[in-house]
Design a protein around this ligand. Sequence first.
Ligand code: HEC
Length: 722
Amino acid sequence: MRLTQTLLFALATTTLAAPLESEFVATGFRDPMELAIAPDGDIYVVEREGRILRVRPTTGAIFEIGTLKVTALREKEKDSPWAREDGLLGIALDPKFAENQRLFLYYSDPEKLLNRLSRFELRGGKIDLASEKMILEVPGDRRDRVCHHGGSVAFAPDGNLYLSTGDNTNPFESDGRAPIDDRDGRDHVNAMRSAGNTNDLRGKILRIRPTENGYEIPPGNLFPPGTEKARPEIYVMGCRNPFRMSIDPKTGTLYWGEVGPDGQNPDAKGPAGHDEVNQAKKAGNHGWPFVIADNKPYPIVDFSNGQPGAMTDPEKPLNPSKFNTGLKELPPAVPALIWYPYAASNEFPSMGNGGRNAMAGPVFYHDPNRTYNLLSSADNRTLLTYDWMRGKMWKAKLDDRENLTALEVLMEGLNHPMDLEMAADGTLWLLEYGTNWYFNTDGRIRRIRPDDGNQSPKLTVERDSNNPLKFTAKDVSDPENDKITIEWWLNTGLEETKLGTGSNITIPPGGIDLRAVAIDAKGNRTISRVPLVEESNLPALTLEIIGKPEAATFGDALKFKITGPADPKQTIVRARYLPPTGHDSGGPQLPSEIEKTLTARQCLACHQVDRTSVGPHYLDVALKYRGKADALAHLKAKLKSGGAGVWGEVPMPPQITVTDSEADTLLKAILGLAEGISQTRGANEGTLTLSPAPESPQPGGAWEITAEAPGHSPARLRLNAN
Ligand code: HEC
């Protein structure tokens, strides 16, 4: 019996410009948001729904060190318009972490309408929740699909703490332009109340100096303490969703990625949406929601009649909103360092085109005394930037005055890169969020180093069929034929124990997981993990077909009844025809070459085959359009132009990277998913009509009928087909 999951393997083809080696040291994270590297090399990770984990990269150990109660979107209410982007958002370790075991977390309060920055202490390897010391609170809104909380936390070398916050605004009801709806009751679509407001902490990067009991305002922020109608914590204002930031270790210059609005082409209501990579050598106003990109201005649109009014002057932006509690005249706007729309960028062609979610990583300095130098000495002072949607990382070369001189792709094929940090030894650690927009279980940590040409060893682990506590390393090999040492590590909760070395091991009962670490003569490692505890058992559903028919055929109407603790609104009953011959793929599935293209075109960020995500699941799409003659034409046009309204209010951005013939192939495969399948949603009792017959049905086969609900183990039964 093979039980293992090999975590660590070299990726041969993801690097472009530089010979880099990239390996996964830990996987299985659920929507991981931000990471922090401790002085001892351990990595702390926070997850959106509140878990905090410690990872030991050398052995692949993952310790669950605490769970914070937070407001976050949960799978049970995945379509809720409430708190779409709230959660446990950011983490930073105290500069004296090795001595005081203190860390800072930024999270959405479980009840109150605010996000909070708090300091916690570790005790006995766990977060001591009672040690919480509130540092700062950012009041905000969670209603009606407001998004954008930023949430990156970082310390500068001088000990100041930076916190990014978003505009906390619904971005879907302003035509992809500036959300500046000044009508009563529409303040959730108005970033003039937040990002453009000098008296509000949202849509900002705050800069404070933590003290034992709170914080002080360091000199050099945008508004000196005592300025009327302005918060002294503000370092940068005019941000939309400054998601991940970093601070140059030598100059203290601040960098951040800014996710921009959806607008396609410029029109009377303003410029096309752009994402930005920003640089702040000093405090400033970066313009949102009045300018974007290289200071392209928006007019002040009157949302009661859609008419554009006065055009913003980037030198002297004004905030005319009746919801503005701050200064009317704002500091001059600062243009972005790098900016790019959905379409190919004229200014920065290496950014490519397509979906966008800009993020900023560390600045690389070449240091001959450090263990690893990711780039050459010619790349001294290079900002690493990345994009969550495009799955790429770029190197942005800066000159002595920190001006951008070159921009090129460094890596691609990253699975939603979420946070990027460089350790003291020069290793680059990348947190990958996972495949989907929400509810991932495949988030992972990737280690990136210069390629030394040596490949990692290989192994798998087998459990003894007679003795469940005995394990053997199998298929152990090394591409360079090095001598391999195998270490066995047992995770006991908050610590791990090295059980021994050698090709097999007998373990004591009670561990959480076992890892076999193969180490070659040059120190390269491969980790194979065996889970020892089953995932917790979910409550079960039962399914009954009324009348208990022996067999059924295409087009039959079956009466069903589901029992179990699930909310009937969330249940789905589905019937799938299994032909008498051939291989059963085990569910609605797309061919692997289609999956590959969908991955490459980033479709899977918003779509899954049979689970609703940001967009509808593809089986739902196929069922909706079954038998409709113009389905393919409609869907092709929709991919090209994007849009909302068929499945909900969230729009699909135009999928401009997809060619015509690719769209044809993808959509035909998606529509093909409905073959033999039917479903009924949202009721515990009702009728399920089996799918229409295919063109030349074969006799026999079977029907598989399943009932599912989030958080429950599904019920399944079979009927013969006749
Ligand atoms: C950023 C998120 C996002 C991405 C990326 C995305 N979609 Fe969508 N998609 C959506 C949303 C949201 C909808 C629902 C739109 C609506 O309600 O009209 C949708 C709808 C669809 C539909 C159904 C359209 C209809 O009118 O019924 C298809 C088919 C589809 N997407 C295919 C794709 C393909 C193929 C890709 C990749 C090339 C892709 N999508 C990428 C979000 C996305």
